[in-house]
Design a protein around this ligand. Structure first.
Ligand code: NAP
Length: 307
């Protein structure tokens, strides 16, 4: 079947694009994944910074509401994994486990994946002391002791942000110098709540119901020490999920999909990108939603001009 518009992804960017294109009468079909639809917010607990919810809202509930809003206007949601995309022709072909689907325009909003440490118990303790988002979860660590792992801008930003709440913030980094920009480094160095643990990695996570400690291995001396912690924030980078469009769409040096200016236009006409897949900087639910809105409007104009 040929659709006017297909949206790939199911986070705030994809679903906002669905709300807009559905309200524009474009009858979008949205391919959410078969196993983990809903995007990164499905992994968070309370979301307190999404406008419109003064009491806060659980991440999964927020995603349910945005999805319900998209469905209310006629978005067709298919819980299928897209395995291949052929984007170069005017009619785009989307292959999923159910077969081939065609669309005149595609909005690509597959988000990004936080890098993990790949340690035992990391998944189990996620949301129970282990987090990938200080702006989401930092508030829950008032007067607690936390650590951030990583040496880039994200780690410095998270560590500095966490000092608003935590009484002590360790930064554990695998080398003796940081990758972060000078200004972010200086901000962290001058903050007396932050203590750096250099040339070190985390080798074990401990805790039953919630994280209680980590084992830190010094990469120079080989010594291992146990560090009591209430929270661990993993900030070792994240990767935009672009594997479906490699070799087809132009990418930036950060690995995100290249778009023209502030628009969502990719290097192929009729293909639009939104959310974390084009954003290596802000990566918030609300900025992703705004980006999904822009992609919907760009796609709508494209379809009007090409029909
Ligand atoms: P990043 O720059 O890639 O830094 C990742 C850090 O994690 C590096 O220090 C790296 O160590 C470390 N790391 C990677 N894998 C690791 C592992 N398995 N175990 C332990 N440590 C590991 O990522 P980012 O900090 O998320 O930044 C991504 C982009 O966003 C950058 O371009 C950054 O400038 C930008 N950003 C900007 C701002 C801002 O300007 N406000 C804020 C956040 C992010 P090594 O240094 O040894 O490689």
């Amino acid at each position: 079947m040929n659709h006017k518009i297909a949206i790939i992804g199911s986070g705030p960017a994809a679903l906002t694009a669905a709300i807009y294109t559905a309200r524009a009468g474009l009858e979008p079909v949205l391919f959410a994944s078969s196993i983990t639809p809903g995007g990164e917010l499905m992994n968070t607990t309370e979301v307190e910074n999404f406008p419109g919810f003064p009491e806060g809202i659980q991440g999964p509930e927020l995603m349910e509401k945005i999805q319900a809003q998209a469905e209310r206007f006629g978005t067709q949601i298919r819980y299928e994994d897209v395995t291949e995309l052929e984007l170069s022709d005017a009619r785009k072909v989307i292959t999923t486990n159910s077969g081939k689907h065609e669309a005149d325009a595609v909005i690509f909003a597959t988000g990004s994946a936080y890098r993990k440490l790949n340690l035992e118990h990391e998944d189990r303790l996620s949301g129970h002391g282990v987090s990938w988002c200080a702006t989401c979860d930092g508030f829950f660590f008032r007067d607690k002791t936390v650590a951030v792992i990583g040496g880039g801008d994200s780690a410095m930003e998270e560590a500095t942000f966490l000092t608003r709440f935590a009484k002590k913030v360790y930064v554990i980094h695998r080398r003796g110098s940081l990758r972060a920009s000078k200004i972010m480094q200086e901000r962290a160095f001058s903050n007396e709540k932050i203590e750096f643990i250099w040339n070190s990695e985390i080798t074990e996570l401990h805790g039953d119901d919630a994280l209680s400690a980590v084992t830190v291995g010094n990469l120079e001396s080989g010594e291992h020490t146990r560090l009591k912690l209430d929270g661990l924030f993993i900030a070792i980078g994240n990767d935009p999920r672009t594997h479906l469009v490699h070799q087809q769409l132009e990418l930036t040096k950060e690995g995100t999909i290249a778009v023209a200016g502030r628009s969502s236009h990719t290097s192929i006409p009729g293909v639009f990108a939104a959310g974390d897949v084009i954003d290596s900087k802000y990566r918030q639910a609300i900025t992703a939603a705004g980006s999904g809105c822009a992609a919907a409007l760009d796609a709508e104009h494209y379809l009007a001009e090409n029909n």
